[in-house]
Design a binder for this molecule. Structure first.
Ligand SMILES: [Zn+2]
Length: 855
């Protein structure tokens, strides 16, 4: 009764809506409005003939279910007028965030609001991104509104559960083309584009692109692809068109429903801050990672395919059925990544689940073991904080948890549940409870407890293996699980269904299915089995848990991990050994030694790349100075010979050569890098522009005598937009206080600086060997977080923190962060992000303290 009364009051007029007028879109506003408004349509008209701002007009049509003020969201620079139901209102009640239409101007049933406004166009910090191509002086525009920039573009109800039909018209300069969510009408004059009304879409999926783009139409589905003119010749059109068609076909089959929008069109967006974005009709991919400037490694190809499948899967999961609110972001992200792997498995592509493991699990565990982690479902009070919900938990943990769910209920119940979910909420919205309800119904079991443990509970389990052997046979094998962060997760086990592998060389592997329901689980089926070389409690990666092998297994693995035949298993075992290092239970020197020993023999490109990545982290951060001095020359030698070895696959050679360039420290190695710049090859491989820039960046970072000259020469040699970007990145690596000061100043004050350039340069700026130079910026980098949250796009904040904190490795820096957190009251979401990143620094300090590295 109380709640009902309160709701009735809120829906009344005037001062009651004052609280809802604050910046952003609060959940209170969204809830009220979803109950009040329906049948929303936007007719939006934008003039894009200037490159700094656009003038626009929108007509918002909607049905009002209950009387009360109507609040429209708009935070663009200028709102000139608003006419309600064709009657101009005398005064405009607009506070820069929202426009309030007093209830006396609206009526029950059909209403309309006409608004004239301007919106910003800029390289960064605007809803319309402007990219200027230095190569041919062309200009390109595209929008990116997720999660809450639709109301920076135009006045609207900016919340995912007020899906609306959009009719868009664009006026553009001569010679441009444009695409949008709806199909383009052919009748329009050449500088005017009119697009058909869309299916119901959430505002964050509204999108268009305009500019002198090159357009390809082809492939099995005749899909249109846009790319900027100067790079059109480099695109592997056939390969992309085939993968898009293949993903569309497989997903239509799996979901049992045809592509649900007018037309699948896609584009390669220049200087795109994400990997991809799933707007129906304007699906965007990152140009930089989709056009290869040199022959790609297998990992690059697999990454590109995984991104295509992810964005295509979103057309159903996210676009057709949308989360009700961004607290359920995981629903679409987790599903898209999980489906990307599942589809590749259904298409019989090689080893998709190993790639899935490598791409997701270590990244998920790295965040989920920290005290700053969040549940998969993340409460969200206001859409302007939604960016904080993006990260490894929704992108990497959620798909891992879905894999566990699929294994728990089985393939047919999982698929039947997904079908029922999609059918029930087509063109509408849903929550995670709807999904688990549908899958649970199909599986004839309640998933309530499962949801409470995996969706609502923060943190993750660590499983420790214990093994007792007597007379060559297993006497007892038991698994003990505990929360990685007991104070955060609380006590009690997660329900886990897994497979335990008992592995002996030259004997078949024994796989034992096990369900963990308690803190300690005995694997009784193992008793009496021959003593294995090693045990691994997450064979095939069904469980979402960090597995720490028992001591006998560790002893065997650190000597023989490379001898494990099964690629997928070997990939996971390297992960477990690395986890032991990060838990300060295995000396980094032992891991680095194993990596250097096995790298020359590792035949799988993806695993080799994983070993190289960990080797680099071990060398740059974990080893004691003495160990580092003795092991860096060995690493240089191993990586160089891996790069030179003509018997090995190109991808393995290339990734080792790249790593060699990045770790080259000894005078002989940096002199070799320098000499390669006078050649057309390096280590027997063709030397192309990206590697040339990596070499220049390294020479700048180590302050080689030739660095300035080489940088200047390379800038003259590569005059493309990409070259300008790489020169900017290389400059950030210069170990001088003036350079660091100048770059940091531009990062936060230069509005003309493209956001993606900043992201690309952060690692060079925070070179781990320059921690003394960058430490003074740590406090300022943290001070900037609220500004970043308001002004930068989704993934920027994580990259920023990872770079500034990741470039540090001693106790002084750790203290600086802790002092900062103690003396500043950051909003909880930002504090969690800092704590997630701080964890790696804390581990680094602990490892160095435990293994003689000092701190
Ligand atoms: Zn996604």
């Amino acid at each position: 009764m109380f709640a009902l009364l309160l709701a009735a009051q809120i829906l009344q007029s005037g001062a009651d809506t004052a609280g809802l007028m604050r910046p952003g879109v609060s959940q209170a506003l969204a809830t009220r409005r979803a109950a009040q408004v329906g049948d929303v349509r936007y007719a939006l008209d934008l003039d894009l003939t200037r490159l700094d701002s656009a003038r626009g007009h929108v007509r918002i049509s909607f049905r009002l279910r209950s009387p009360g003020d109507v609040i429209v969201d708009f935070r663009g620079p200028k709102l000139m007028s608003a006419v309600v139901n064709d009657v101009a209102s005398p005064d405009l009640d607009w506070n820069g965030s929202h426009l309030r239409i007093a209830q006396r101007f609206v009526k029950a049933g059909a209403n309309s609001i006409d608004a004239q406004f301007t919106t910003l166009i800029a390289p960064a910090g605007a809803p319309i991104i402007h990219f200027h191509d230095e190569t041919d002086a062309h200009d390109y525009l595209y929008t990116l509104l997720v999660p809450s920039d639709a109301h920076a573009l135009f006045p609207c109800f900016d919340q995912p559960d007020l899906k609306a039909r959009l009719t868009l018209e664009l006026t553009v300069p001569a010679g441009w083309i444009a695409i949008a969510n709806g199909r383009a009408s052919t009748a329009a004059p050449p500088t005017h584009f009119r697009f058909a009304e869309t299916e119901p879409l959430p505002t964050y999926l509204f999108a268009f692109a305009a500019g002198p783009y090159a357009r390809f139409v082809g492939g099995p589905r005749s899909t249109p692809l846009l790319v900027r003119t100067s790079r059109a010749r480099e695109v592997e059109v056939d390969s992309l068109q085939n993968q898009v068609a293949s993903a569309l076909g497989s997903l239509e089959q799996y979901f049992g429903t045809p592509y649900p929008f007018q037309q699948f069109q896609y584009m390669l967006s220049p200087a795109f801050p994400f990997g991809g974005m799933e707007h129906p009709g304007v699906t965007m991919f990152n140009e930089e990672s989709f056009i290869y400037r040199e022959p790609p490694t297998l990992n690059q190809r697999l990454g590109r395919r995984a991104t295509i499948y992810h964005e295509v899967a979103h057309q159903w999961f996210g676009d057709l059925v949308t989360m009700k609110w961004f607290d359920d972001l995981w629903l679409k992200e987790g599903f898209a990544t999980y489906m990307a792997a599942k589809t590749q498995d259904l298409e019989h592509l090689p080893n998709p689940w190993m790639s899935f493991y490598l791409r997701n699990k270590p990244a998920a565990y790295d965040v989920d073991v920290t005290i700053g982690t969040t549940p998969i479902w993340q409460q969200l009070g206001n859409l302007d904080q939604a960016k904080s919900n993006y990260g490894a938990i929704v992108y990497n943990k959620a798909p891992g948890v879905l894999k566990q769910l699929n294994y728990l209920v089985g393939d047919s119940a999982f698929r039947a549940g997904v079908h029922a979910f999609l059918a029930a909420h087509r063109y509408g919205n849903a929550t995670w409870r709807d999904l688990l309800g549908a899958i649970g119904a199909a599986a004839h079991q309640s998933l309530d407890d499962w949801g409470a443990q995996y969706i609502l509970r923060p943190g993750m389990p660590v499983i420790e293996q214990h093994l007792e052997v007597a007379n060559g046979r297993i006497r007892r094998l038991w698994l003990v699980q505990r929360p990685a962060q007991p104070s955060l997760s609380g006590p009690g086990p997660w329900p886990i269904r897994t497979q335990v592998a008992l592995v002996r060389q030259n004997a078949p592997t024994t796989l034992l299915p096990v369900v963990l329901r308690a803190d300690t689980t005995d694997v009784s089926a193992a008793v009496g089995e021959p003593a294995p070389d090693f045990v691994f409690a997450n064979a095939n990666d069904y469980a979402y848990a960090m597995v720490l092998p028992d001591s006998a297994s560790v002893v065997w693995l650190q000597r023989h991990v490379g001898a494990v035949d099964d690629d997928f298993l070997r990939a996971m075992l390297w992960g477990s050994l690395w986890d032991l290092v990060r838990e300060a239970r295995l000396a980094p020197k032992v891991f680095v030694g194993a990596a250097l020993r096995e790298l020359p023999n590792e035949r799988d490109e993806q695993i080799a790349a994983g070993i190289v990545g960990r080797l680099r982290r071990g060398l740059e951060a974990y080893l004691s100075p003495a160990d580092r001095d003795s092991l860096v020359p060995v690493a240089e030698r191993v990586l160089l010979s891996g790069g030179v070895d003509a018997r090995r696959p190109y991808g393995i050679r290339k990734s080792q050569l790249d790593a060699y360039i990045d770790v080259a420290t000894t005078p002989a190695a940096t002199a070799r890098l320098d000499s390669w710049l006078d050649s057309t090859t390096a280590a027997g491989l063709p030397l192309r522009q990206p590697s040339r820039w990596s070499i220049v960046t390294r020479l700048v970072a180590v302050a080689a005598a030739s660095a300035d000259r080489r940088l200047a020469e390379e800038e003259r040699r590569d005059t493309t937009a990409g070259g300008k970007r790489r020169a900017f990145v290389a400059g950030a690596a210069r170990p001088s206080p003036d350079t660091k000061g100048a770059y940091f100043g531009r990062y936060i004050a230069d509005r003309t600086l493209n956001e993606e350039w900043v992201t690309a340069s952060l690692r060079a700026f925070n070179d781990p060997d320059q921690s003394a130079l960058t430490l003074p910026y740590l406090g300022a980098a943290l001070d900037t977080l609220p500004w970043i949250q308001r002004n930068r796009r989704i993934f920027f904040l994580g990259s920023w923190l990872a770079a500034f904190i990741g470039g540090q490795h001693d106790a002084t820096a750790l203290r600086a962060i802790d002092d900062y957190l103690a003396t500043h009251s950051l909003p909880i979401d930002l504090k969690q992000k800092v704590l997630q990143t701080r964890d790696e620094l804390e581990r680094t300090v602990r490892i160095r303290r435990s293994y003689g590295g000092g701190a």
